[in-house]
Design a protein around this ligand. Structure first.
Ligand SMILES: *Cc1c(COP(=O)(O)O)cnc(C)c1O
Length: 491
């Protein structure tokens, strides 16, 4: 299995999985995708049903990843998946489970990991893969990232204790929820450095970009990233679509639907890949909040990125995006994998006009039948309603992102859009992370899972930083030097 860029032309040499693992974007600015998707047959699905039942989630992850990774040995890949999804890391030994929530819907519980958000599913594997591949190459990496929520904590818990990896995570000072702050700042690992920037999230992101655009600094300190466009994160997410499908079906051709709260099109892109592989998925329901860039595209064919001022701050903050960084992968498939056309759209048209319009294309006309996508969006009031409704009917408390997915399934059905049942709504975070909104909906807090008890009382490790590129560079340089001088701290 080899990988090509979404902006690539036929004369470029395809790359192998481990080469693109540490790389992020392709050199031409595109995203890596497999040359072709592996195809599943009924016999494989039947095998996987046995694997999941008898050997569990890590064994299934091995089987699925095996189709995409051919430059890690079977024995190593098995070990890496066993570590990533080891018993004890996830609050449920099954790792991924489902719950019937009525009205033809099931909750796809993929937020049982160490930071209570679905991003753990991909990050835990990424941490193992990074440590393995860096070790094999005798290299180190310095991850410099920015976060306003779930990505940062999932990345830190995944990179904790990983040999060869040092992580600097920038956060806007005082702007994350108290729970999110406690989660990140209480992590005790000298190679994980929390940086509270005097600014907003965009300032953090600009600082990350600035240090990365200094190529000499970047090379000297081995800077890298773990953002959502990394193919390894995406492929790790394909596994839970398979697992959830297996958990809600009992025959190997039964079609179900998935509803996915979406921002950067990462999670649902994995659903698209699973469907292209032949997993019996009827419909992919894409759900956005007030930041409806993607809903607009699937309804009208117009993809229009928003300005900072047009981007709403909502009660589902992990979906507050101005553009969808993984969307290019889907457009590449939609346009018959024409890299030159993708480059025109994402480079020329987006930079000139901030938008492109595919509504006139025959490919857009047949998108629903061919790719199974429908979409909708929710408001703050809609999400509060859904949280209340599910608490009253089933005593289940969902988080505001998941509530967005439930709402969109319900409203599309009311509009007469039909899709196969159950619609598995992906639970992208646990409610405990968003207690303010839960309190607003229900008038009381969520019970804290035992694994997070007393989190706020632990000692905190966080460095304050001015919104200044040179200050960040100095922090990175001095911290790495101090870590090199005190290797004992690594043991
Ligand atoms: C990241 C995140 C999302 C959005 O996922 P994408 O894959 O970026 O679309 C939704 N909900 C929560 C809780 C998240 O952390």
């Amino acid at each position: 299995m080899k990988y090509v860029s979404t902006r690539g032309t036929a004369d470029q040499t395809p790359r192998s999985f481990c080469d693109i693992l540490l790389e992020g974007l392709a050199p031409d600015g595109g995203l890596y995708v497999p040359e072709r998707y592996p195809r599943l047959d009924k016999a494989t699905l039947a095998d996987w049903r046995r694997t999941l039942t008898e050997d569990g989630y890590p064994a299934l992850a091995f089987e699925v990843l095996r189709l995409f990774i051919d430059d890690i040995s079977d024995a190593d890949l098995r070990r890496l998946t066993q570590h990533a999804y080891a018993p004890g890391k996830f609050s449920d030994p099954k790792v991924v489970t489902t719950a019937d929530i009525g009205d033809g819907m099931a909750l796809g519980r993929i937020s049982n990991g160490p930071t209570a958000a679905f991003k753990d599913m991909a990050m835990q594997l990424l941490g193992e893969l990074f440590e393995f591949e860096l070790g094999r190459r005798g290299q180190v990496i310095t991850i410099v990232g920015a976060t306003s929520g779930d990505t940062g904590s999932a990345a830190e818990y995944a990179m904790k204790g990983k040999r060869g990896v040092t992580t600097f995570m920038l956060t806007p000072r005082g702007r994350m929820t108290p729970f999110q702050q406690a989660q990140m700042f209480t992590l005790d690992d000298p190679r994980i450095i929390n940086v509270a920037v005097d600014g907003v999230f965009d300032d953090c992101q600009d600082l990350v970009k600035a240090v990365n655009s200094d190529l000499a600094f970047k090379a000297e300190h081995h800077l890298g990233a773990v953002n959502s466009i990394n193919w390894a994160r995406l492929v790790a997410q394909v596994v839970y679509y398979v697992a959830l499908w297996l958990r809600v079906t009992d025959s190997d051709d039964q079609r179900v639907s998935f509803a996915v709260p979406s921002g950067n099109f990462g999670n649902i892109c994995a659903g698209h890949v699973a469907r292209e592989m032949g997993l019996p998925i009827d419909t992919l329901v894409l759900a956005t909040n007030e930041n409806n860039v993607l809903d607009e595209f699937f309804r009208t064919g117009v993809y229009r990125i928003r300005t900072g001022a047009e981007t709403h701050e909502t009660s589902s903050p992990s979906m507050d995006i101005s553009k969808a960084s993984n969307f290019e992968r889907f457009v590449f498939d939609l346009l018959g994998r024409d890299g030159e056309r993708v480059r025109q759209l994402f480079v020329d048209e987006l930079s000139a006009t901030g938008a492109f319009d595919l509504s006139g294309l025959p490919e857009f006309g047949t998108l629903r039948e061919r790719y199974g996508f429908v979409s909708g969006s929710s408001t703050h009031a809609d999400r509060l309603d859904e949280i209340r409704r599910l608490f009253e009917s089933r005593a289940i408390i969902i988080d505001p992102h998941t509530a967005d997915g439930v709402h969109v399934v319900r409203t599309l059905r009311a509009e007469g859009v039909a899709f196969a049942e159950p619609a598995v709504v992906l639970e992208t975070a646990l409610a405990v992370k968003f207690s303010e909104t839960i309190n607003e909906a229900l008038g009381h807090d969520v019970e804290r899972p035992a694994s997070f008890a007393g989190l706020e009382d632990l000692p905190r490790r966080v460095v304050d930083l001015d919104n200044d590129e040179d200050a960040l560079k100095a922090l990175i340089r001095d911290t790495l030097a101090a870590l090199r001088a005190a290797p004992a701290a690594e043991a």
